[in-house]
Design a protein around this ligand. Structure first.
Ligand SMILES: Nc1ncnc2c1ncn2[C@@H]1O[C@H](COP(=O)(O)OP(=O)(O)O)[C@@H](O)[C@H]1O
Ligand SMILES: Cc1ncc(COP(=O)(O)OP(=O)(O)O)c(N)n1
Length: 265
């Protein structure tokens, strides 16, 4: 069985963060490993508190994983401080981790800040250059490129700028646009659009975590990046279209929409 590691924060509501990652990896047929960067007290209406792992304990989790079950791909989500970012970068280099997907999580849709302002530089300098692909949403792509994004041409310019700056592929996600759910993959000097039908579902908690984990799962299975993005897009569209409705705010998706068998009713 192929394996994928998520390095991310815990979401007590189960819709985003490490919980979304593990469900996504499992539903995509890979064995999920995890290293927890932080605990969040969170539900569908917002984040009330964050308790960070220490750099030492995060390093211990990464040592435990890499020295035993070496992951076929790695996904990185919420990492709130410069010290934790530096720890992850050092360990990924030490172990020669491959197929690294970085979701540069900065702010939850509910408005909570998940990355400290003083950690953006560490993210850019230490972690982004290790990535095979970055998956910023539009607000994150604006911060990383220093540009304002208002339309598809702006997405292309911003993705190109980020890709050239950090030497990796960039998937600029269009979920925050008004009329569509089209994502742009910029790699090796050229852009490719992955078109998505916008699903009229207010429950989008964890879409970014889910997409990046599905990409990592498909890279772990040996698919190339284009195919991994295409398959991840099909997966998230299915999870949104299942129209799960839980909680009082923007609820989670149904990660198990495609699961069939005697134990699912
Ligand atoms: N209503 C929607 N219908 C279909 N796809 C969506 C919808 N909202 C987001 N997506 C898709 O979900 C993925 C995550 O995008 P986005 O919501 O922009 O990320 P984030 O959760 O990081 O803000 C992208 O592939 C995006 O196109
Ligand atoms: C613990 C934790 N990590 C990441 C997020 C952000 O999730 P994301 O899928 O990027 O976006 P929203 O769910 O906020 O739309 C989170 N909320 N919690």
């Amino acid at each position: 069985m192929r394996t994928a590691l998520t390095i991310a924060g815990s979401d007590s509501s189960g819709g985003a963060g490490i919980q979304a990652d593990i469900k996504t990896m499992t539903a995509n047929g890979v064995f999920a490993l995890c290293a927890v960067t932080a605990l969040t007290a969170q539900n569908t209406t917002g984040v009330t508190d964050i308790f960070d792992s220490t750099p030492h304990f995060l390093a211990e989790q990464l040592d435990a994983v890499f020295t035993d079950i070496f992951p076929d791909a790695v996904k990185i989500g919420m990492v709130s401080s410069a010290e934790l970012i530096e720890t992850i970068a050092a360990k990924l280099k030490e172990y020669g981790a491959k197929h690294i997907v970085v979701d540069p999580v900065m702010v939850a849709t509910s408005g909570a800040k998940l990355l400290r302002d003083d950690a953006v530089t560490a993210l850019c300098e230490k972690l982004l250059p290790l990535a095979e692909v970055l998956t910023p949403n539009i607000p994150e792509a604006e911060i990383l490129s220093g540009m304002t994004i208002q339309n598809a041409a702006d997405m292309e310019r911003a993705a190109q700028t980020i890709s050239e700056k950090y030497g990796c592929a960039v998937l600029c996600k269009g979920g925050h646009q008004i009329n569509d759910a089209d994502d742009l993959l910029w790699r090796d000097g050229a852009g490719k659009w992955f078109k998505g039908r916008r699903i009229d579902n207010p429950n989008t908690h964890g879409t970014g975590c889910t997409l990046s984990s599905a990409i990592a799962s498909n890279l772990a299975k040996g698919y190339d990046l284009d195919t991994s993005v295409e398959r991840a897009k099909a997966y998230i569209s299915g999870a949104l279209a299942a129209m799960l409705d839980l909680g009082h705010g923007s609820g989670p998706m149904n990660h198990m929409f495609a699961l069939k068998g005697d134990f699912v009713e």
